[in-house]
Design a protein around this ligand. Structure first.
Ligand code: AMP
Length: 498
């Protein structure tokens, strides 16, 4: 499974990460009167690209929780009766990203737990670095865990804190103990909360609906509900949606000098129609494409995207090329079969190669006899680019030049995006020229880290670029950090570390 455990051989110790990494979409809704289930369901649909392994919704009707969590896509996980059964005007939802190999319902979310002072539901996007430390401490105090996921650790810690403190203080205590990446939607009885880690690694935003408020990983979910994006949840902020949908309260619980927004959200992961940290993802990708032309443009007959994310890059690239009076034309040369899921997580290399071929097919007339620039957002293992360069050449392309809208991925992601292990990452031990040779392209160029930061409109110091620099903004066993960070000391007894 492409998470931190696999990477243990190449640096981090076995417990650098605990459990499966969570790369997901989260949502929370609080409304005046109508049931929250349907808006939650539509939001999960809008966030489907963030996770296809499982989908779940938990609501609260003022008396009790109702939960439905299933493996599979949102459209398959719920039928009409399931949605009808999810009573109550408050709720949270979750879609979980697939990880190769283990398909395990115990990791599906929202995670729920009932305890003395109420019912708790949690949806988590991100990944904790010190979940094992916190779990050991809680296990020592008698907590029993049903999964090895880090979300359950957060839920138990919060449940325990809620026995002795009010909601805001309890969340603050938990945030003071956990270290890593987390955008959370939480439901405590019928109160819905949103929490973003102090570095703001994963996105989370607030939207206003006619009759209430919504929290979602991406603003596209708010658009789907005909809502208005209010703003991002700030790094280190707790947002409490008032029951009844009247408004929300904000508590800035932690503040850091620098943020660590994940640049890969902008490059690949998020929907192009989402606004993340005040930037429309589509425009950032077009700007990345323009920068690719500025840094390594080549005057071929056509520029062709690897769909879907490559499209905005190629359109920016073509525009910049035309401004420079080069004759590069934008061409849709690869058609995507939209019914093939993510090829990335197929367990064997053979299956991954077959899946790329199933997924993408060239339009021969736009390729034959042409010199082609092919643009993708990233090269991870190199499977996609090797396959596509070969395919375009088989279709009669005279030259194929590969341009990538991000720097080489040289290290794993510990913060919640499903990357390969160092061993599998083609750029971990190969130069750009060696990679060009391996994928058999006529030329290959990546984008610089500075161009990425400029396109996103953030300083380098406010981005997490661990996967392209090998230096992380969190304290991860066996890895370098790019700033002064350390994990919280975990005290032996409850309350002692407040
Ligand atoms: P690879 O074929 O292993 O080199 O992977 C590169 C391709 O996978 C590119 O087309 C990317 O758009 C896509 N990709 C990159 N990162 C991920 C990820 N974390 N999950 C799924 N697909 C990805």
């Amino acid at each position: 499974m492409p998470d931190g455990r696999d990477a243990a051989h190449s640096g981090p110790t076995e417990n650098a990460l605990s459990g499966p990494t969570e790369k997901c979409g989260v949502v929370g809704v609080s409304l005046a009167e109508r049931d929250a289930a349907r808006p939650l369901y539509y939001s999960l649909y809008a966030l489907q690209h963030r996770g296809q392994e499982s989908a779940g919704i938990v609501t609260h009707d003022g008396f009790q929780q109702h939960s439905h969590v299933e493996m599979g896509l949102v459209g398959d996980a719920f039928d009409e009766a399931d949605i009808e059964g999810l009573r109550g005007s408050a709720g949270i939802g979750h879609v979980r990203y697939p990880t190769a190999g283990s398909v395990d319902k115990s990791c599906a979310q929202p995670f729920t737990v009932s305890f003395k002072s109420g019912a708790l539901g949690l949806s988590h996007n991100g990944n904790l670095v010190n979940a094992d430390d916190v779990r050991d401490r809680l296990a020592g105090m008698g907590h029993a865990f049903t999964s090895d996921g880090d979300t359950e650790v957060i839920a138990h810690d919060l449940a325990r804190n809620l026995l002795e403190s009010d909601l805001v203080r309890a969340v603050k205590r938990t945030m003071g103990r956990i270290h890593g990446s987390y955008s959370l939607t939480i439901m405590h009885d019928d109160t819905v909360l949103g929490v973003r880690d102090p570095e703001g690694n994963r996105p989370l935003c607030i939207g206003e609906l006619e009759d209430g408020y919504v929290l979602a990983s991406e603003s596209a979910a708010i658009d789907t509900l005909d809502g208005e994006l209010v703003r991002d949840v700030r790094p280190g902020e707790l947002v409490v949606l008032q029951p009844g949908g009247d408004g929300f309260d904000s508590y800035q619980l932690f503040e850091r000098e620098n943020t660590a927004h994940c640049f890969f959200e902008h490059v690949y992961f998020a929907r192009p129609d989402s606004v993340i940290d005040e930037n429309l993802v589509y425009e950032v990708r077009r700007e990345l494409g323009r920068s690719l032309w500025d840094e390594s443009g080549i005057d071929t007959d056509v520029v062709m995207p690897v769909p879907d994310s490559g499209r905005a890059f190629a359109s920016g690239y073509a525009e910049a090329a035309q401004e420079a009076e080069a004759g590069v034309e934008f061409a849709e040369g690869l058609m995507k079969n939209r019914y093939v899921g993510r090829t990335f997580i197929m367990p064997t290399q053979g299956e991954r190669e077959r899946a790329v071929r199933l997924k993408l097919n060239p339009i021969k007339s736009t390729v034959k006899g042409k010199t082609v620039t092919l643009i993708d957002d990233s090269i991870v293992r190199g499977t996609t680019s090797t396959q596509l360069v070969g395919l375009l050449k088989d279709c009669g392309a005279e030259e194929v030049h590969m341009r990538i809208g991000a720097p080489p991925i040289v290290a794993p992601c510990y913060m919640g995006i499903n990357m390969a292990t160092r061993e599998e990452l083609i750029a971990a031990d190969k130069s750009v020229e060696e990679i060009r040779d391996a994928i058999d392209a006529d030329s290959l160029a990546y984008l610089s880290t500075q161009a990425v930061a400029d396109a996103i409109g953030r300083s380098r110091a406010d981005l997490c670029m661990g996967c392209v620099t090998g230096e992380y903004p969190y304290d991860i066993d066996g890895e370098e950090t790019d700033r002064e960070v350390s994990r919280p000391e975990i005290a032996e007894t409850a309350g002692a570390d407040d």
